[in-house]
Design a binder for this molecule. Sequence first.
Ligand SMILES: [Zn+2]
Length: 497
Amino acid sequence: MNYQECLETVKELNEKFRYYKSIESLFEYDQWSSLPEEGTAYRQQTAAFIGDQKNALYQGDKAREAAKYLSGVKLNEIEDEIERGLIRTFRFRYRNAVHTPEETLRSYNLIKADCMKAWNQARAAQDYGIFMPWLKKAFDLKKEIALAIDPDAPAFDTLVGMTDEGLSVKEVSEQFDVLKEGIKEILNQTKAKGSTGAEEIPDIPDSDPDQMAAFGQRLARELGYRPERGGFNDRVVHGFTSFMGPRDARVSAYKSGSYNLIFTCLHEAGHAMYSCSSSDRVAEAGMWGGIEGGFHEANARFFENMVGHSHAYWEYYYPQLQEEIPLYRQIPIEQFYKLTHRVRPTLRRISSDEVTYSLHAILRFELERDYFAGELKAEDMAEAWNDKYENYLGIRPSNDTEGVLQDMHWAGDYIGYFQSYALGNIYDGQILKAMEKDIPDMEDLLREGKLSPITKWMEDKIWQYGCCYTAGEMVEKLTGSRLDAAPFLEYLRRKYL
Ligand SMILES: [Zn+2]
């Protein structure tokens, strides 16, 4: 095989891999919206079959030959970003497919259902002890898999790299320490200033869910999310986006009368616009969809927070909200703004504010890191969890269900995943800083409801490249520096102090 033949093989495998991924997205979309209970078992078999097919792609002779040849190629010497991205992702998938030990993976897949069952039982009994042995099994099998994939790297580095490719645990830890200290300082100062005022602001009662959904969807469209490239689905219990194809990303959001639905719509529209705005060339090469992990989250949170939680944005949209939903006519904009910016530590990430949000993700990352480094035992996880909440957020869960059992991530195969939620914020600080350099009148634009220069910037600078770059490469391309928590802290201070 010569270089050109290898490249053809890589393209061909990538195309098939993307087809399987799209099928998996359709399955996920269906699972959360309409899959009937008695259809679950057969769907699991079908999904397992698709997963096997996807993995087998990289285990054939052609893949092996291409991998052998391409292992000697220096990525930074390839000029074309699509070609470079194709080869990088090929090597990554090949490594994972070939080195994942089948026996261990089978054992892991076999305990998945039990893990989830034990987690549910433990939650009902408020007793981590029921889930603990399963957590230990799941973590240890993951560790075995990670060490088989890359025997030269610590297991947790490999696991983190599966979600956020190219980042080391050391680099993430360093920036998380900066972020953590900065947030603690902001929290102390807001308390000192008495500006959080969380208790005094009365919450807004729910209004008509149909009206709220219509308003949230309109705002998503006005951001630039085009329904002909997706559409809205409200037959779900939580918000998510499904990436079906290069020009097809569906937004799912739980229909409710709460204003939170607006922010869910903006968040998911961010994911969706990112996913379906790759250039034609990138889309044709099968490199559409955007960079996975923390960087995708950054694109969603940018529209939820930097845009959707800015005062200027609501100066334009609040009168329209009042026009559409009569309940809001009695509520002044300042009350709404304060309510959507109250800083108050909670026990749950999903109900947390913009300032404390990252802490929930950081502490979870640290618990995993310490476990995989052998410094924390499964038996001590619930206690360590509570200690961290008390230390970082000043509140202690009163039972395991409020604490270590609060969400399904660890029971549902999301191990080495949590950093991505906080990384999203860090990247957002860096993206905002780069954007403000090019669009110094960003606030004026928001105030006038002119959003297209912002989405156009995202498209030109980030979206058009799909997943050709890693997050680290993309951030360096945008800002000239690597992962850096300082700009996000600067944004928080500007807004909250
Ligand atoms: Zn998201």
